[in-house]
Write a protein that binds this ligand. Structure first.
Ligand SMILES: Cc1cc2nc3c(=O)[nH]c(=O)nc-3n(C[C@H](O)[C@H](O)[C@H](O)COP(=O)(O)O)c2cc1C
Length: 377
């Protein structure tokens, strides 16, 4: 695949995500997650501390600006606006796949702008697991190339994205996946920064979370279904290209995957810091994800949209999410992010059905009775 195809893909992704609806029709079912109201919360709204720790860093917000873009000069402003906000608010920020800049250093500036604008923020570099193994059309990245991606933005950690579905729905996608696990483990053992395994909309189940832990990853972004669908995004690109086969795959699998709240509960067994990304749209969703056990909560599309407009829009989004989050925290009786992870939470509906069948009955009961257990335990 030529450098030009990779570069062009980056701009198409952003344009299509902004112009068309590429969300999964079946939503992430955050409404199945009910926080138990505390009528006498004994917490002042203005005193709530939402800071958190992630991989040894103190962050002022439990939010992750999900890995989105870079790789074309015309989208540099998006990363610039996001990075400005990450610095101002003390947030973790991911860049999009750096493959474009690894194969074509001319576009490195669209990624490097994040460190320029955010000298002290927690930044995550990004490469794809399929690019760590030999593919039909290209050799795997070398350790030196991955290190270059990390250095490009002075990253604190590397996100390795897991996107088999996206590759299957991409006209020029990398179809091989055999050997990714070994390649990931080898990378983790050689790289000088921690590695975060990151799904991109299809979620992580319990068994895969344990597998990822055995590879040595430091954290997992469960990247669940119910928000932006990379499958839908690729279907839209395929349509532009007149590739009916991949368009049909992308449309058929638009809803594939493990919804984000379920993925958080499933991946919790790995006992690693978790990022909950996928369909998070309000501060109440953020609170629900924290209550289920997430350390950080990621938002993709909402930040993409805001940052494509202006830095001020990114700030407005952050202020709204924070306001909403703090209300949920107060009403759940949590004064800190850590306390939010130990409030009572009742899981209902299809989310409950899934988790019961998958053997999480005791976990669900324990989550619903945390306070009671503390009082009587
Ligand atoms: C336009 C676009 C580009 C994306 N590019 C990447 C990428 O390069 N690497 C990655 O790990 N995730 C990528 N993602 C996935 C996001 O990081 C995130 O997992 C996804 O958007 C789900 O979150 P949301 O529902 O809040 O949008 C992309 C998402 C969108 C919408």
């Amino acid at each position: 695949m030529t450098d030009e195809v990779v570069k062009q893909r980056k701009i198409e992704h952003v344009k299509l995500a902004l112009e068309q609806d590429v969300s999964a029709p079946q939503q992430a079912s955050w409404s199945d997650i009910r926080l138990v109201h505390q009528a006498l919360p004994e917490v002042d709204l203005d005193d709530i501390d939402i800071s958190t720790s992630f991989l040894g860093h103190r962050l002022r917000y439990p939010l992750f600006i999900s890995s989105l873009t870079g790789g074309h000069p015309d989208i540099t402003h998006i990363n610039r606006n996001l990075a400005r906000a990450a610095e101002e608010y003390g947030l973790a920020l991911g860049v999009g796949s750096q493959r474009a800049a690894i194969v074509n250093p001319d576009v490195a500036g669209s990624f490097a702008v994040t460190r320029e604008m955010a000298p002290s923020a927690f930044l995550l570099a990004n490469v794809g697991a399929p690019q760590l193994i030999p593919q039909e059309r290209h050799a795997p990245f070398t350790l030196e190339q991955v290190e270059r991606a990390v250095q490009m933005i002075g990253a604190n950690a590397l996100a390795v994205h897991l996107n088999s579905l996206q590759e299957a729905a991409q006209p020029e996608g990398d179809r091989r996946a055999l050997g990714e696990q070994k390649a990931l483990a080898a990378l983790v053992s050689q790289l000088h920064v921690p590695v975060v395994a990151k799904e991109t909309g299809a979620g992580i189940c319990r068994e895969q979370a344990l597998l990822l832990r055995s590879c040595g990853v430091a954290a997992i972004d469960v990247g669940g279904a119910g928000g932006s669908s990379m499958s839908a995004l690729e279907a839209a690109r395929s349509q532009l290209r007149g590739d009916q086969q991949t368009q049909a795959i992308g449309q058929l699998y638009r809803d594939w995957g493990i919804p984000t709240p379920i993925a958080v509960v499933e991946a919790h067994v790995a006992d690693l810091p978790l990022i909950a990304t996928g369909g998070v749209r309000t501060g109440l969703d953020v609170a629900r994800a924290l209550a289920l056990g997430a350390t950080l909560v990621g938002l993709g599309f909402p930040f993409l949209k805001a940052a494509s407009e202006s830095y001020e829009k990114v700030c407005e989004l952050l202020e709204r999410i924070t306001r909403e989050l703090k209300v949920a925290m107060q009403l759940s009786g949590a004064a800190t992010s850590a306390q939010m992870r130990s409030v009572d939470v009742v899981v209902l509906g299809e989310t409950r059905e899934w988790l019961m069948l998958r053997g999480f009955e005791e976990d669900l009961k324990a989550m619903a009775r945390r306070r009671w257990q503390r009082m009587h335990g």
